[in-house]
Design a binder for this molecule. Structure first.
Ligand code: FAD
Ligand code: DHB
Length: 392
């Protein structure tokens, strides 16, 4: 098989890249290790920056997002049992939207399968095994893989390494420049059939650990609790989860207990691979960077990388220009590091750190008091939360 851009991974990054390229008449094939139903049901992020919504809208894949997404104009920070509203829209003129990552993935898969490819190749191959990249520093890179029991080769001009943190593209690059921090806690996340605690998200700092109340719709709540990275989910029966959520959120009867139909533990990590390009292999999204989820930046950073990469490839195929591709890492890394800083800061401000002494504890509370009372500090939080402007 031959295509212009071979893409590994059908997460938000790989699918959006394939879709944006298609709109510019550029052919691509997406190779995904998992099944279609697996990637469409995988519960992950849920908050889109306004720029991400605008990107999906301009790309013509946001019809359901506009119908079902929930626009939010503020968030609440809670500490010492009291809530403080950060009026995002009043401070920035922008909104954020709650729409599950798996819904974005479903919309993009539907669009890719409906449009097909210019070459007649299948747009996405699911359940691909043993994908490996070859000759990425030549003009003719290749991806080898197995599908339906057959060994296959995808020849292409470029490879999009959109295969997430545990993928094969990053390890294929020599001499990686990596920066990393692992946190001594994780999040236990649930989905529950219950009315959201409030119209807006609540980020709660509590002496027993952080809690976040968010949602997927007016009838489905998404709730998170700080826990240990080794947490055994079996030790968290529903009653314990609700008890802990009641204590940490401190919102009384506003927290409605419903049927819990999904539970999972997400470890927390900050990670940047500054080597985002090796020859004709480009890393985008989680394959190049991971943030702790507190700032809701993971999926948004993936979308921002793809905007730059798609534009760069477009200019290459239209005019033979390489200038934007050459600046890909540099442009993306400026945004990635700001996203890293914000996610690290939100995480540090809101979580319980077991090793902290009373001094650090007081500083953490002072920071929360400052952020929730100073307009300048609130604006700093708000402009990062709704998403900084794009360079490209
Ligand atoms: P991914 O979505 O990881 O997609 C990569 C794709 O590549 C996957 O479909 C994978 O199956 C495929 N793949 C991997 N290896 C191969 C291979 N060898 N061959 C072929 N295909 C391969 N962010 C938030 O902002 N808030 C959250 O609450 C949040 N929760 C999260 C919970 C979990 C459990 C995880 C893992 C992440 C979470 N994130 C969250 C982060 C956010 O979901 C990611 O930033 C986002 O998924 C990045 O998109 P991506 O396309 O780069 O990677
Ligand atoms: C969601 C997750 C986050 O990490 C966050 O900061 C906000 C919202 C969510 O899953 O809805």
């Amino acid at each position: 098989m031959r295509t212009q851009v071979g893409i590994i991974g059908a997460g938000p990054a790989g699918l959006l890249l394939s879709h944006l390229l298609h709109l510019q008449g550029i052919d691509s094939v997406v190779l995904e290790a998992r099944s279609r139903s697996y990637v469409e049901e995988r519960v992950r992020a849920g908050l889109l920056e306004q720029g991400s919504v605008d990107t999906l809208t301009e790309a013509g894949v946001a019809e359901r997002l506009h119908r079902e997404g929930l626009a939010h104009h503020g968030i609440e920070l809670r500490y010492d049992g009291i809530g403080h509203r950060i009026p995002l829209t009043d401070l920035t003129g922008r909104v954020v939207t709650i729409y599950g990552q798996q819904e974005v993935v479903k919309d993009l898969i539907a669009a890719r399968l409906a449009a097909g490819t210019h070459s007649g190749n299948p747009p996405i191959l699911f359940e691909v095994e043993d994908a490996a990249v070859h000759d990425v520093t030549s003009d003719n890179p290749r991806i080898t893989f197995r599908h339906d029991g057959q060994d296959q080769v995808l020849e292409c001009a470029f490879i999009g390494g959109c295969d997430g943190f545990h993928g094969i593209c990053r390890p294929a690059i020599p001499d990686l420049k990596i920066f990393e921090r692992v946190y001594p806690f994780a999040w236990l996340g649930i989905l529950s059939r219950s009315r959201p605690v409030s119209e807006e998200l609540i980020y709660a700092r509590h002496q027993d650990g952080f809690a976040l109340a968010t949602m997927r719709s007016n009838t489905i709540s998404r709730l998170y609790l700080q826990c240990t990275p080794e947490e055994d989910i079996n030790e968290w029966p529903d009653a314990r989860i609700w008890e802990e959520l009641h204590r940490r959120l401190g919102v009384g009867s506003e927290l409605e207990e419903g049927e819990i139909f999904q539970k999972g533990v997400t470890p927390m990590r900050s990670f940047v691979c500054e080597t985002m390009r090796h020859g004709r292999l480009f890393l985008a999204g989680d394959s190049a960077h991971i943030v702790p989820p507190t700032g809701a930046k993971g999926m948004n950073l993936a979308i921002a990388d793809i905007r730059v990469l798609a534009r760069g490839l477009e200019r290459f195929f239209a005019k033979g220009e390489t200038e934007l591709l050459d600046r890909y890492s540099e442009i993306c890394l400026r945004r990635i590091w700001k996203g890293q800083r914000f996610s690290w800061w939100m995480t540090s401000m809101l979580h319980r750190f077991d090793g902290n002494d009373p001094f650090e504890h007081r500083v953490q509370v002072a920071e929360l008091e400052y952020v929730s009372t100073s307009k300048a500090a609130m604006t700093t939080l708000a402009e990062n939360y709704v998403g900084l402007p794009y360079e490209v």
